[in-house]
Design a protein around this ligand. Structure first.
Ligand SMILES: Nc1ncnc2c1ncn2[C@@H]1O[C@H](COP(=O)(O)OP(=O)(O)OP(=O)(O)O)[C@@H](O)[C@H]1O
Ligand SMILES: [Mg+2]
Length: 407
Protein backbone atom coordinates (compact mmCIF):
# COMPACT_ATOMS: atom_id res chain seq x y z
CA UNK A 1 0.00 0.00 0.00
CA UNK A 2 1.21 3.50 -0.84
CA UNK A 3 2.08 5.94 1.92
CA UNK A 4 1.41 9.55 0.86
CA UNK A 5 1.63 12.78 2.80
CA UNK A 6 -0.67 15.72 2.19
CA UNK A 7 2.16 18.23 1.51
CA UNK A 8 1.86 17.72 -2.25
CA UNK A 9 -1.85 18.38 -2.36
CA UNK A 10 -1.40 21.76 -0.62
CA UNK A 11 1.30 22.89 -3.05
CA UNK A 12 0.24 25.69 -5.40
CA UNK A 13 3.44 25.94 -7.46
CA UNK A 14 3.00 24.94 -11.11
CA UNK A 15 3.96 21.34 -11.87
CA UNK A 16 7.10 20.93 -13.98
CA UNK A 17 6.45 17.21 -14.39
CA UNK A 18 3.10 15.49 -14.26
CA UNK A 19 2.57 11.73 -14.64
CA UNK A 20 -0.78 9.95 -14.52
CA UNK A 21 -1.06 6.18 -14.86
CA UNK A 22 2.45 6.04 -16.32
CA UNK A 23 3.29 2.59 -17.64
CA UNK A 24 6.30 1.06 -19.35
CA UNK A 25 6.41 -2.54 -20.42
CA UNK A 26 9.50 -3.88 -22.15
CA UNK A 27 8.66 -6.55 -24.71
CA UNK A 28 10.75 -9.28 -26.25
CA UNK A 29 11.32 -10.01 -29.96
CA UNK A 30 7.90 -11.69 -30.26
CA UNK A 31 6.23 -8.70 -28.55
CA UNK A 32 5.61 -10.69 -25.38
CA UNK A 33 5.85 -8.62 -22.14
CA UNK A 34 9.31 -9.11 -20.67
CA UNK A 35 9.37 -6.63 -17.80
CA UNK A 36 6.81 -4.23 -16.36
CA UNK A 37 9.47 -1.64 -15.50
CA UNK A 38 7.03 1.14 -14.52
CA UNK A 39 3.61 0.03 -13.42
CA UNK A 40 0.82 2.62 -13.43
CA UNK A 41 2.34 5.42 -11.37
CA UNK A 42 1.03 8.94 -10.64
CA UNK A 43 3.27 11.75 -9.46
CA UNK A 44 3.99 15.44 -9.84
CA UNK A 45 7.13 17.48 -9.44
CA UNK A 46 6.63 21.13 -8.57
CA UNK A 47 8.76 24.07 -9.64
CA UNK A 48 11.75 24.62 -7.33
CA UNK A 49 11.36 21.23 -5.71
CA UNK A 50 14.07 18.61 -5.18
CA UNK A 51 12.55 15.20 -5.66
CA UNK A 52 14.34 11.98 -4.77
CA UNK A 53 13.40 8.94 -6.82
CA UNK A 54 14.42 6.02 -4.67
CA UNK A 55 14.22 2.28 -4.98
CA UNK A 56 16.31 -0.87 -5.10
CA UNK A 57 18.06 -2.05 -8.28
CA UNK A 58 15.61 -2.68 -11.11
CA UNK A 59 12.72 -0.83 -9.45
CA UNK A 60 12.12 1.46 -12.45
CA UNK A 61 14.00 4.66 -11.58
CA UNK A 62 16.06 4.97 -14.77
CA UNK A 63 13.12 3.91 -16.93
CA UNK A 64 11.01 6.71 -15.42
CA UNK A 65 13.81 9.21 -15.98
CA UNK A 66 14.27 8.11 -19.61
CA UNK A 67 10.56 8.59 -20.25
CA UNK A 68 10.77 12.12 -18.77
CA UNK A 69 13.55 12.85 -21.24
CA UNK A 70 11.66 11.43 -24.20
CA UNK A 71 14.30 8.73 -24.66
CA UNK A 72 11.71 5.98 -24.08
CA UNK A 73 8.04 5.92 -25.13
CA UNK A 74 5.60 5.17 -22.30
CA UNK A 75 3.44 2.12 -23.00
CA UNK A 76 0.49 3.87 -21.35
CA UNK A 77 -0.61 6.81 -19.22
CA UNK A 78 -0.03 10.53 -19.60
CA UNK A 79 3.26 12.31 -19.05
CA UNK A 80 4.02 16.03 -19.46
CA UNK A 81 7.19 18.04 -18.83
CA UNK A 82 6.78 21.84 -18.75
CA UNK A 83 3.20 21.15 -19.85
CA UNK A 84 4.31 19.46 -23.09
CA UNK A 85 5.10 15.99 -24.35
CA UNK A 86 8.64 14.91 -23.34
CA UNK A 87 9.39 14.45 -27.05
CA UNK A 88 8.72 18.15 -27.80
CA UNK A 89 12.03 19.64 -28.99
CA UNK A 90 11.28 23.09 -27.53
CA UNK A 91 11.64 21.84 -23.92
CA UNK A 92 15.03 20.17 -24.47
CA UNK A 93 17.03 23.32 -23.84
CA UNK A 94 15.38 23.73 -20.44
CA UNK A 95 16.52 20.29 -19.25
CA UNK A 96 19.92 19.10 -18.03
CA UNK A 97 20.57 15.37 -17.73
CA UNK A 98 23.26 13.34 -16.04
CA UNK A 99 22.90 9.75 -17.32
CA UNK A 100 23.48 6.73 -15.12
CA UNK A 101 26.68 6.00 -17.06
CA UNK A 102 28.75 8.89 -18.31
CA UNK A 103 29.48 8.48 -22.03
CA UNK A 104 32.42 10.59 -23.10
CA UNK A 105 34.56 10.87 -26.23
CA UNK A 106 37.77 9.59 -24.72
CA UNK A 107 40.15 11.56 -26.96
CA UNK A 108 38.61 14.95 -26.18
CA UNK A 109 40.07 16.89 -23.27
CA UNK A 110 37.88 17.96 -20.34
CA UNK A 111 37.61 21.47 -21.77
CA UNK A 112 36.88 20.25 -25.32
CA UNK A 113 34.18 17.92 -23.97
CA UNK A 114 32.31 20.76 -22.28
CA UNK A 115 32.90 23.08 -25.22
CA UNK A 116 31.41 20.46 -27.53
CA UNK A 117 28.22 20.19 -25.45
CA UNK A 118 28.05 23.99 -25.12
CA UNK A 119 28.20 24.28 -28.91
CA UNK A 120 24.99 22.23 -29.14
CA UNK A 121 23.16 25.07 -27.41
CA UNK A 122 24.22 27.80 -29.87
CA UNK A 123 26.24 29.72 -27.30
CA UNK A 124 28.80 32.30 -28.46
CA UNK A 125 32.47 31.31 -28.32
CA UNK A 126 33.15 33.75 -25.45
CA UNK A 127 30.12 32.54 -23.49
CA UNK A 128 31.09 28.90 -24.07
CA UNK A 129 34.62 29.45 -22.85
CA UNK A 130 33.43 31.33 -19.76
CA UNK A 131 30.90 28.63 -18.84
CA UNK A 132 33.38 25.78 -19.46
CA UNK A 133 36.06 27.40 -17.28
CA UNK A 134 33.60 28.13 -14.46
CA UNK A 135 32.14 24.63 -14.54
CA UNK A 136 35.57 22.96 -14.58
CA UNK A 137 36.50 25.03 -11.55
CA UNK A 138 33.22 24.20 -9.84
CA UNK A 139 33.53 20.43 -10.24
CA UNK A 140 37.19 20.41 -9.20
CA UNK A 141 38.75 19.61 -12.57
CA UNK A 142 40.35 22.94 -13.52
CA UNK A 143 43.81 21.39 -13.13
CA UNK A 144 42.86 18.56 -15.53
CA UNK A 145 41.24 20.76 -18.20
CA UNK A 146 43.70 19.68 -20.91
CA UNK A 147 43.75 15.96 -20.10
CA UNK A 148 41.82 13.56 -22.37
CA UNK A 149 38.73 12.37 -20.52
CA UNK A 150 39.57 8.76 -21.51
CA UNK A 151 42.26 8.91 -18.80
CA UNK A 152 39.82 10.02 -16.10
CA UNK A 153 38.96 7.99 -13.03
CA UNK A 154 35.29 7.09 -12.53
CA UNK A 155 34.71 9.95 -10.12
CA UNK A 156 36.41 12.45 -12.42
CA UNK A 157 34.25 11.27 -15.34
CA UNK A 158 31.18 11.70 -13.13
CA UNK A 159 32.24 15.25 -12.34
CA UNK A 160 32.60 16.08 -16.05
CA UNK A 161 29.15 14.54 -16.61
CA UNK A 162 27.71 16.83 -13.96
CA UNK A 163 29.34 19.88 -15.49
CA UNK A 164 28.01 18.86 -18.91
CA UNK A 165 24.47 18.54 -17.50
CA UNK A 166 24.61 22.15 -16.36
CA UNK A 167 26.17 23.76 -19.43
CA UNK A 168 22.79 25.11 -20.65
CA UNK A 169 21.81 26.50 -17.20
CA UNK A 170 18.73 24.24 -17.19
CA UNK A 171 15.48 24.90 -15.32
CA UNK A 172 14.99 21.16 -14.72
CA UNK A 173 17.94 19.01 -13.82
CA UNK A 174 17.62 15.23 -13.90
CA UNK A 175 20.47 13.44 -12.18
CA UNK A 176 20.57 9.65 -12.38
CA UNK A 177 22.78 8.37 -9.54
CA UNK A 178 24.84 11.60 -9.40
CA UNK A 179 27.02 10.46 -6.52
CA UNK A 180 27.97 7.04 -7.85
CA UNK A 181 31.76 6.81 -8.08
CA UNK A 182 32.33 10.00 -6.14
CA UNK A 183 34.39 10.20 -2.96
CA UNK A 184 32.57 11.50 0.15
CA UNK A 185 33.90 14.97 -0.56
CA UNK A 186 32.48 14.82 -4.08
CA UNK A 187 29.15 13.54 -2.70
CA UNK A 188 29.00 16.46 -0.28
CA UNK A 189 29.77 18.88 -3.12
CA UNK A 190 27.01 17.42 -5.30
CA UNK A 191 24.56 17.74 -2.42
CA UNK A 192 25.64 21.35 -1.80
CA UNK A 193 25.26 22.04 -5.48
CA UNK A 194 21.73 20.64 -5.55
CA UNK A 195 20.78 22.83 -2.61
CA UNK A 196 22.25 25.86 -4.31
CA UNK A 197 20.33 25.08 -7.54
CA UNK A 198 17.14 24.75 -5.52
CA UNK A 199 17.70 28.21 -4.05
CA UNK A 200 17.89 29.55 -7.58
CA UNK A 201 14.45 28.11 -8.18
CA UNK A 202 15.60 25.15 -10.27
CA UNK A 203 13.73 21.89 -10.16
CA UNK A 204 15.85 18.82 -9.53
CA UNK A 205 15.01 15.13 -9.84
CA UNK A 206 17.61 12.89 -8.35
CA UNK A 207 17.66 9.09 -8.39
CA UNK A 208 19.70 7.12 -5.94
CA UNK A 209 19.75 4.07 -3.78
CA UNK A 210 22.14 5.77 -1.38
CA UNK A 211 19.63 7.01 1.12
CA UNK A 212 21.91 9.35 3.04
CA UNK A 213 22.60 11.25 -0.19
CA UNK A 214 18.92 11.87 -0.71
CA UNK A 215 18.03 12.56 2.89
CA UNK A 216 20.21 15.66 3.06
CA UNK A 217 18.88 17.42 -0.01
CA UNK A 218 15.42 16.25 -1.05
CA UNK A 219 12.20 17.98 -0.11
CA UNK A 220 10.17 14.99 -1.16
CA UNK A 221 10.86 11.39 -2.06
CA UNK A 222 9.12 8.69 -4.08
CA UNK A 223 10.02 5.13 -3.21
CA UNK A 224 9.59 2.68 -6.06
CA UNK A 225 9.49 -1.08 -5.79
CA UNK A 226 8.79 -3.35 -8.72
CA UNK A 227 7.78 -0.36 -10.86
CA UNK A 228 5.14 0.79 -8.36
CA UNK A 229 5.16 3.70 -5.92
CA UNK A 230 5.26 2.24 -2.42
CA UNK A 231 5.59 5.55 -0.55
CA UNK A 232 5.85 9.22 -1.35
CA UNK A 233 5.84 12.46 0.58
CA UNK A 234 7.83 15.18 2.30
CA UNK A 235 10.86 13.77 4.10
CA UNK A 236 10.03 15.46 7.37
CA UNK A 237 6.57 13.93 7.38
CA UNK A 238 7.78 10.50 6.39
CA UNK A 239 10.71 10.27 8.77
CA UNK A 240 9.73 11.95 12.01
CA UNK A 241 8.59 9.51 14.69
CA UNK A 242 5.71 11.32 16.32
CA UNK A 243 5.48 8.95 19.27
CA UNK A 244 8.99 9.71 20.52
CA UNK A 245 10.74 12.84 21.82
CA UNK A 246 14.39 13.83 21.72
CA UNK A 247 15.96 16.50 23.93
CA UNK A 248 19.58 17.42 23.19
CA UNK A 249 21.56 19.40 25.79
CA UNK A 250 25.21 20.29 26.50
CA UNK A 251 27.00 17.68 28.68
CA UNK A 252 25.24 17.79 32.05
CA UNK A 253 27.06 17.97 35.44
CA UNK A 254 26.52 14.74 37.50
CA UNK A 255 24.13 16.37 40.01
CA UNK A 256 21.89 17.76 37.24
CA UNK A 257 21.91 14.40 35.45
CA UNK A 258 20.88 12.72 38.72
CA UNK A 259 17.88 15.04 39.00
CA UNK A 260 16.86 14.48 35.35
CA UNK A 261 17.10 10.71 35.76
CA UNK A 262 15.03 10.89 38.96
CA UNK A 263 12.25 12.75 37.11
CA UNK A 264 12.37 10.24 34.23
CA UNK A 265 12.26 7.24 36.61
CA UNK A 266 9.32 8.76 38.43
CA UNK A 267 7.32 8.90 35.20
CA UNK A 268 8.66 6.08 33.00
CA UNK A 269 9.80 2.48 33.23
CA UNK A 270 13.56 1.87 32.98
CA UNK A 271 13.33 0.37 29.47
CA UNK A 272 11.27 3.30 28.16
CA UNK A 273 14.09 5.84 28.07
CA UNK A 274 17.75 5.92 27.13
CA UNK A 275 20.51 8.44 27.78
CA UNK A 276 23.55 8.46 25.48
CA UNK A 277 25.88 10.79 23.58
CA UNK A 278 24.87 11.86 20.08
CA UNK A 279 27.22 10.56 17.39
CA UNK A 280 28.46 12.49 14.37
CA UNK A 281 27.89 10.72 11.09
CA UNK A 282 30.80 8.96 9.38
CA UNK A 283 30.43 11.51 6.58
CA UNK A 284 30.90 14.42 9.01
CA UNK A 285 33.93 12.72 10.55
CA UNK A 286 35.46 11.93 7.14
CA UNK A 287 35.00 15.50 5.88
CA UNK A 288 36.55 16.80 9.08
CA UNK A 289 39.66 14.62 8.56
CA UNK A 290 39.98 15.62 4.88
CA UNK A 291 39.48 19.31 5.57
CA UNK A 292 42.23 19.19 8.19
CA UNK A 293 44.56 17.67 5.56
CA UNK A 294 43.59 20.54 3.23
CA UNK A 295 44.37 23.12 5.88
CA UNK A 296 47.80 21.52 6.25
CA UNK A 297 48.22 21.72 2.43
CA UNK A 298 48.85 17.97 2.11
CA UNK A 299 49.57 17.34 -1.58
CA UNK A 300 47.01 15.50 -3.76
CA UNK A 301 46.77 14.84 -7.48
CA UNK A 302 43.08 13.89 -7.34
CA UNK A 303 40.03 16.08 -7.81
CA UNK A 304 40.13 19.30 -5.81
CA UNK A 305 37.13 21.51 -6.08
CA UNK A 306 37.45 25.23 -5.75
CA UNK A 307 34.15 25.20 -3.89
CA UNK A 308 32.84 27.94 -6.18
CA UNK A 309 29.51 27.66 -7.92
CA UNK A 310 29.87 28.59 -11.60
CA UNK A 311 29.08 32.29 -11.78
CA UNK A 312 26.65 32.04 -14.68
CA UNK A 313 24.63 29.47 -12.70
CA UNK A 314 24.45 31.80 -9.73
CA UNK A 315 23.81 34.93 -11.80
CA UNK A 316 20.55 36.59 -10.89
CA UNK A 317 20.39 34.85 -7.54
CA UNK A 318 19.78 37.28 -4.72
CA UNK A 319 21.38 34.85 -2.38
CA UNK A 320 24.48 34.43 -4.53
CA UNK A 321 26.99 35.58 -1.95
CA UNK A 322 25.18 33.96 0.92
CA UNK A 323 25.17 30.70 -1.05
CA UNK A 324 28.89 30.88 -1.64
CA UNK A 325 29.54 31.50 2.03
CA UNK A 326 27.12 28.76 3.01
CA UNK A 327 28.78 26.25 0.71
CA UNK A 328 32.20 27.20 2.03
CA UNK A 329 30.97 26.83 5.58
CA UNK A 330 29.20 23.54 4.92
CA UNK A 331 32.19 21.95 3.30
CA UNK A 332 34.65 23.67 5.65
CA UNK A 333 36.66 24.74 2.64
CA UNK A 334 39.80 26.78 2.89
CA UNK A 335 41.23 28.74 -0.04
CA UNK A 336 43.88 26.77 -1.88
CA UNK A 337 47.25 28.49 -2.17
CA UNK A 338 47.35 30.44 -5.44
CA UNK A 339 49.53 28.77 -8.07
CA UNK A 340 52.58 30.98 -8.72
CA UNK A 341 53.02 32.36 -12.25
CA UNK A 342 55.64 30.57 -14.44
CA UNK A 343 58.15 33.48 -14.41
CA UNK A 344 57.84 33.71 -10.64
CA UNK A 345 58.47 29.98 -10.40
CA UNK A 346 61.69 30.35 -12.48
CA UNK A 347 62.88 33.31 -10.42
CA UNK A 348 62.12 31.45 -7.19
CA UNK A 349 64.04 28.40 -8.43
CA UNK A 350 67.08 30.54 -9.44
CA UNK A 351 67.07 32.17 -6.00
CA UNK A 352 66.84 28.78 -4.35
CA UNK A 353 69.79 27.48 -6.42
CA UNK A 354 71.93 30.54 -5.63
CA UNK A 355 71.25 30.08 -1.92
CA UNK A 356 72.14 26.40 -2.13
CA UNK A 357 75.43 27.28 -3.88
CA UNK A 358 76.26 29.83 -1.18
CA UNK A 359 75.70 27.32 1.57
CA UNK A 360 77.80 24.70 -0.24
CA UNK A 361 80.58 27.22 -0.77
CA UNK A 362 80.59 28.30 2.84
CA UNK A 363 80.56 24.67 3.87
CA UNK A 364 83.54 23.87 1.65
CA UNK A 365 85.36 26.94 2.99
CA UNK A 366 84.73 25.72 6.49
CA UNK A 367 85.99 22.31 5.49
CA UNK A 368 89.25 23.80 4.02
CA UNK A 369 89.82 25.81 7.18
CA UNK A 370 89.19 22.77 9.33
CA UNK A 371 91.63 20.74 7.22
CA UNK A 372 94.45 23.29 7.48
CA UNK A 373 93.84 23.69 11.22
CA UNK A 374 94.07 19.92 11.58
CA UNK A 375 97.36 19.88 9.60
CA UNK A 376 98.80 22.72 11.69
CA UNK A 377 97.87 20.82 14.84
CA UNK A 378 99.53 17.68 13.52
CA UNK A 379 102.65 19.68 12.66
CA UNK A 380 102.61 21.26 16.08
CA UNK A 381 102.25 17.86 17.75
CA UNK A 382 105.08 16.46 15.56
CA UNK A 383 107.25 19.46 16.46
CA UNK A 384 106.44 18.96 20.16
CA UNK A 385 107.33 15.28 19.88
CA UNK A 386 110.67 16.22 18.22
CA UNK A 387 111.31 18.84 20.89
CA UNK A 388 110.65 16.39 23.71
CA UNK A 389 112.98 13.86 21.94
CA UNK A 390 115.63 16.51 21.71
CA UNK A 391 115.02 17.39 25.39
CA UNK A 392 115.45 13.74 26.40
CA UNK A 393 118.67 13.47 24.41
CA UNK A 394 119.96 16.71 25.95
CA UNK A 395 119.11 15.42 29.45
CA UNK A 396 120.92 12.14 28.69
CA UNK A 397 123.90 14.05 27.39
CA UNK A 398 124.02 16.41 30.37
CA UNK A 399 123.51 13.49 32.76
CA UNK A 400 126.36 11.50 31.30
CA UNK A 401 128.63 14.60 31.38
CA UNK A 402 127.80 15.25 35.05
CA UNK A 403 128.71 11.66 35.91
CA UNK A 404 132.01 11.98 34.03
CA UNK A 405 132.80 15.26 35.84
CA UNK A 406 132.00 13.67 39.22
CA UNK A 407 134.23 10.68 38.60
N1 LIG B 1 15.96 -1.77 -22.41
C1 LIG B 1 15.40 -2.66 -21.60
N2 LIG B 1 14.94 -3.83 -22.07
C2 LIG B 1 14.35 -4.73 -21.26
N3 LIG B 1 14.17 -4.55 -19.94
C3 LIG B 1 14.64 -3.39 -19.40
C4 LIG B 1 15.26 -2.39 -20.20
N4 LIG B 1 15.61 -1.36 -19.38
C5 LIG B 1 15.20 -1.70 -18.15
N5 LIG B 1 14.63 -2.89 -18.16
C6 LIG B 1 14.04 -3.61 -16.99
O1 LIG B 1 13.19 -2.70 -16.32
C7 LIG B 1 13.29 -2.87 -14.93
C8 LIG B 1 13.64 -1.52 -14.30
O2 LIG B 1 14.93 -1.13 -14.71
P1 LIG B 1 15.56 0.30 -14.39
O3 LIG B 1 16.83 0.43 -15.16
O4 LIG B 1 14.53 1.31 -14.61
O5 LIG B 1 15.84 0.13 -12.83
P2 LIG B 1 16.57 1.12 -11.81
O6 LIG B 1 15.61 1.36 -10.71
O7 LIG B 1 17.14 2.29 -12.51
O8 LIG B 1 17.73 0.18 -11.26
P3 LIG B 1 19.25 0.52 -10.84
O9 LIG B 1 19.21 0.99 -9.41
O10 LIG B 1 19.94 -0.79 -10.94
O11 LIG B 1 19.80 1.55 -11.78
C9 LIG B 1 14.33 -3.94 -14.70
O12 LIG B 1 13.67 -5.15 -14.49
C10 LIG B 1 15.11 -3.97 -16.00
O13 LIG B 1 15.60 -5.25 -16.27
MG1 LIG C 1 19.05 3.01 -12.81
Amino acid sequence: METTTKAVADDVRPPVVSAVGLLKIFRDFWNRPKAKAVNDIDFEVREGEVLGLLGPNGSGKSTTVKMLLGLLYPTGGRLTVFGKSPRDVSIKKRIGYLPEETYLYKYLTAFETLDFFASLFNLSKADRTKRCEQLLDMVGLAHARNRPVGEFSKGMARRIGLAQAMINDPALLILDEPTSGLDPLGCREVKDLIQMLKKRGKTVIVTSHLLSDVEDVCDRVIILYGGKIRAQGALNDLLSIEKKERITTPALPPDVMKKVLAVLRENLKDDEFRVDHPRMSLEEFFLDVVNKARVEHVETFGARSSGHIAEYLSAGSEEKNADGALLDRLAGRVPEPAAPEPEKVDAAKEKEKAEEKKILQSLSKDREAEESARKALEELQAARAKLSDANDKLKDLLGSRGKKDGE
